[in-house]
Design a protein around this ligand. Structure first.
Ligand code: ADP
Ligand code: ADP
Length: 230
């Protein structure tokens, strides 16, 4: 079943820039895909639309069966918090706060009591290989470790979709590899993951790549078989 489905999505910014045009995209449960394209092609815009942080100018977006257009901003925020985890290039961890408390923040809107949030945060840190870094603060961690903390925070609530925006963009090659390996592992455990990247090598390492150029999907490829879009 589809986690997110975009139908004929167009996004025009005030001033007239058309950043996306007629985009159809279906992300099925359990997929691991790249959304790949050069700078200015519309990746961030697509991330914002898929992540329901922004609404399309035309076309429809369905998240976990809900038509986004039918929801108020408030209900949409609640839906997003339940269904989507975000990872960013620059980690966005809270400074001065332990890895464990950073991860527990991913459960802030879960309704779980603090003790349970902390227990689950510890398990999520173990899951990303950082059991021995629970009490370290971000400045005491390497870039790769910080990104693994951010990934733990994004998945601790078991979202239906993990959206990773250039997750290795700030990392050296060894840390990048570790982060991509972690994403593969999480996907093998059932997570649905979309990686936004300008890096063709990263895109090639994933089982599906959706290529965008000038706001349009120009190819939707799956490993082994190149299936052009439309
Ligand atoms: P990418 O992430 O691939 O670099 P973006 O989605 O950021 O691409 O940008 C796609 C196009 O939309 C670009 O031409 C960019 O200048 C334009 N754009 C992005 N954000 C805005 C905005 N907030 N207002 C106006 N134009 C924007
Ligand atoms: P990067 O870390 O990849 O450079 P940015 O920090 O520019 O990415 O964030 C990408 C976009 O996502 C920005 O428009 C930002 O406002 C938004 N954003 C950042 N953090 C969050 C968050 N925790 N929740 C929702 N949106 C966010």
């Amino acid at each position: 079943s589809a986690v997110v489905e975009l139908n004929q999505v167009t996004k025009e910014y005030p001033g007239g820039v058309v950043a996306l045009q007629g985009v159809d995209l279906r992300i099925g449960s359990g997929e691991l895909l790249a959304i790949v394209g050069p700078s200015g092609s519309g990746k961030s815009t697509l991330l914002h639309i898929v992540g329901t942080l922004d609404r399309p100018s035309a076309g429809s977006v369905t998240l976990a069966g809900h038509d986004v257009a039918a929801l108020s901003d408030r209900r949409l925020s609640a839906l997003r918090a339940r269904h989507i985890g975000f990872v960013f290039q620059s980690f966005h961890l809270v400074a001065g706060v332990s890895a464990r408390d950073n991860v527990a923040e991913g459960l802030l809107y879960s309704g779980l009591p603090r003790a349970q949030r902390r227990r689950r945060a510890a398990l999520a840190l173990e899951r990303v290989g950082l059991a021995d870094r629970m009490h370290h603060r971000p400045h005491e961690l390497s870039g790769g470790q910080r990104q693994r903390v951010a990934i733990a925070r994004a998945v601790v609530g078991e979202p239906d979709l993990l959206l990773a925006d250039e997750p290795t963009g700030a990392l050296d090659s060894a840390s990048s590899e570790a982060v991509m390996e972690l994403l593969h592992d999480l996907n093998a455990d059932g997570a649905t993951i979309a990686v936004i990247t300008h890096d063709g090598e990263i895109a090639d390492s994933l089982p599906r790549q959706v290529r965008i150029r000038d706001g349009r999907v120009v190819a939707d490829l799956r490993t082994g078989a190149a299936v052009p879009a439309d």
